[in-house]
Write a protein that binds this ligand. Structure first.
Ligand code: ADP
Length: 450
C-alpha cells in the first residue's frame, strides 16, 4: 500500500536523510529543500528532487513557511515531514499546510499550539490527574505574587519560558533575593527567543532523572506507548546521551508512568508519534512537557522495539489505523545513543564547524549510525552542531555499553573537534556503567575528556 506518492522533507542533515530512508523503503518519492550553504549536502543528493529555498539564515530558508509550502505545491508533494527543530512544532505552519491541502506529518495544529505552552499543558495535565511539580498556575503576573508563591513552593525554584525549548531561558533561583532579576532576565530571553515573554516558576529538583515515554496514536483514537527512554546526561539542559529502556525502571513504575503518558496523549487529542517528558526523583515522577514531534533519540526506541517510527508516522498521517496493539510491542535488549556534536567538550562545548578531512564510520553487530556528513564535507556554522548519532544495541545494557565503546574506537572524524572523546569517557565512567545518572551527571563527574 502506498500512503503518499511524494513527501517533502522540511529539514536538513541526518533527520532529513532518516525520513527519506523510510520513504524510499515505502516507494514514496522525496523532495528535499536546502539553503545556499547546503547545496552539496547529503540530504540534497539523497532526495529524488531538491529545491533551493533561500539563504543561509534559517529565517530565509528552513523556517521560510511560505516558500516551503510553495515548493511542496509546485513539486506535487502531498505531505510534509518536518523532522525535529525548525518548523516541527510550529502550529502556524501545520495550519498553513492544512489550508493548502497538504498533509502535515504530525499531530493537529491545534494540539501543537496547546502543547507548545508549557504552562497551558501543565494546567491541562494537572486537571487530568497527571502529577506535576508545584508551579505558578497563572505564570508570573507580579514580582510580589511570584515571591509569595515561590516562598510557598520552597527554594530552589526554576523560572521557565512557557513557550521555551532547547533549554533556553531557564534560570535556577536559590533564594528570594535572586528572584526578581531571574524573572526579568527570563522574560527578556523568552521575548527575544520565542516572541512570547510569558514565564512561570516551578519547584526545582536538585538531582532528577529525565525519563520520557514514546507514544504513538492514530486519528481513530488508538494509543500505544513504546516504552521509556532515559535522557539525563545533558549539557546546558540539552541531551547528550540517551538510552532505552531507563536503567532504573521497574514494572510498577513503568505501568504508572506509561498510563500517565497515554493520559497526556488522550486529553490533548494527540495523534502521530510524540514524547511525554517527565522528571523523576525519589520514587516520584512529574509531567514536564510533551514534544509534539519525532525526537532526535527515537532511534533507541526503534532498536528496542523493532518498530520503525517514521513509517508509523507516515501511515498515521495518511489516516491509517494503527496495526499495532500494546501487546504487540515487546521490549528487546537495550540501546544507547551518543550525540556526536561538532563542538569542543574541553572548551565549554563551543561549536567547532569546519571541514571534515577524514571520515570513517563504525559498523558491525548492533551499531547504527544516522549522520548527515561525509569526507570533505564542510559543516556550516549557522545550524545545529549535531552531525551524527551513534547508536548501539545489545541483549542487555552491559553489551550495549561494550558495543558503544568499540564503535567509538572505530569512529574516525578528523578536521573538527567532536564530542566523541567525551562519550568515550562517559561509557567508561563507573557511575554511568552502574546506571547512576541524573541531570547534573556531567558536571558532578567532572568528565571532560578521555
Ligand atoms: P526545554 O523545553 O527548553 O528543553 P524542558 O522543560 O524540557 O526544557 O527541560 C529541559 C531540562 O531542564 C530537563 O531535562 C532538566 O534537566 C532541566 N529541568 C527542567 N525543569 C526542571 C525542574 N523543575 N527541576 C530540575 N531540572 C529541571
Amino acid at each position: 500500500m502506498k500512503y503518499f506518492n511524494k513527501i517533502l522533507i522540511a529539514n536538513r542533515g541526518e533527520i532529513a536523510i532518516r525520513v527519506m530512508r523510510a520513504c524510499r523503503e515505502l516507494g514514496i518519492e522525496t523532495v528535499a529543500i536546502y539553503s545556499e550553504p547546503d547545496k552539496n549536502s547529503l540530504h540534497v543528493k539523497y532526495a529524488d528532487e531538491a529545491y533551493l529555498v533561500g539563504e543561509a539564515h534559517p529565517s530565509k530558508s528552513y523556517l521560510n513557511k511560505d516558500k516551503i509550502i510553495k515548493t511542496a505545491l509546485q513539486s506535487g508533494a502531498e505531505a510534509i515531514h518536518p523532522g525535529y527543530g525548525f518548523l516541527a512544532e510550529n502550529s502556524e505552519f501545520a495550519k498553513l499546510c492544512e489550508e493548502e491541502g497538504i498533509t502535515f506529518i504530525g499531530p493537529s495544529w491545534k494540539c501543537i499550539e496547546e502543547m507548545g505552552s508549557k504552562l497551558g499543558s501543565k494546567h491541562m495535565m494537572e486537571k487530568a490527574g497527571v502529577p506535576v511539580l508545584p508551579y505558578t498556575p497563572d505564570g508570573v503576573t507580579s514580582v510580589d505574587d511570584a515571591k509569595k508563591i515561590a516562598g510557598n513552593i520552597g527554594y530552589p525554584v526554576i523560572v521557565k519560558a512557557s513557550a521555551g525549548g532547547g533549554g533556553i531561558g531557564m534560570q535556577i533561583v536559590e533564594s528570594e533575593a535572586e528572584l526578581e532579576e531571574a524573572i526579568e532576565k527570563g522574560m527578556r530571553i523568552a521575548k527575544s527567543a520565542f516572541g512570547d515573554s510569558t514565564v512561570f516558576i516551578e519547584k526545582y529538583l536538585v538531582k532528577p532523572r529525565h525519563i520520557e515515554f514514546q507514544v504513538l496514536c492514530d486519528q481513530q483514537g488508538n494509543r500505544v506507548h513504546l516504552y521509556d527512554r532515559e535522557c539525563s546526561i545533558q549539557r546546558r539542559h540539552q541531551k547528550l546521551v540517551e538510552e532505552a529502556p531507563c536503567p532504573i525502571m521497574t514494572d510498577e513504575l513503568r505501568e504508572k508512568m506509561s498510563q500517565s503518558a497515554l493520559k497526556v496523549a488522550e486529553v490533548s487529542g494527540y495523534y502521530n508519534a510524540g514524547t511525554v517528558e517527565f522528571l523523576y526523583s525519589d520514587g516520584e515522577y512529574y509531567f514536564m512537557e510533551m514534544n509534539t514531534r519525532l525526537q532526535v533519540e527515537h532511534t533507541v526506541t526503534e532498536m528496542i522495539t523493532g518498530i520503525d517510527l517514521v513509517r508509523q508516522q507516515i501511515k498515521v498521517a495518511a489516516g491509517e489505523e494503527l496495526s499495532l496493539s500494546q501487546e504487540d510491542i515487546n521490549l528487546h535488549g537495550h540501546a544507547i545513543e551518543c550525540r556526536i556534536n561538532a563542538e569542543d567538550p574541553l572548551n565549554n562545548f563551543t561549536a567547532d564547524p569546519g571541514k571534515i578531512v577524514r571520515y570513517r564510520s563504525p559498523g558491525g553487530p548492533g551499531i547504527r549510525v544516522d549522520s548527515g556528513i561525509h569526507m570533505g564535507y564542510s559543516i556550516p556554522p549557522m545550524y545545529d552542531s549535531m552531525i551524527s548519532k551513534l547508536c548501539s544495541w545489545g541483549v542487555d545494557r552491559q553489551e550495549s555499553i561494550e558495543r558503544m565503546r568499540r564503535a567509538i574506537y572505530e569512529y574516525v572524524i578528523l578536521g573538527v573537534r567532536t564530542t566523541l572523546p567525551l562519550h568515550h569517557a562517559i561509557m567508561n565512567n563507573k557511575e554511568f556503567v552502574a546506571g547512576n545518572t541524573h541531570t547534573h551527571f556531567l558536571k558532578e563527574e567532572h568528565i571532560k575528556n578521555s
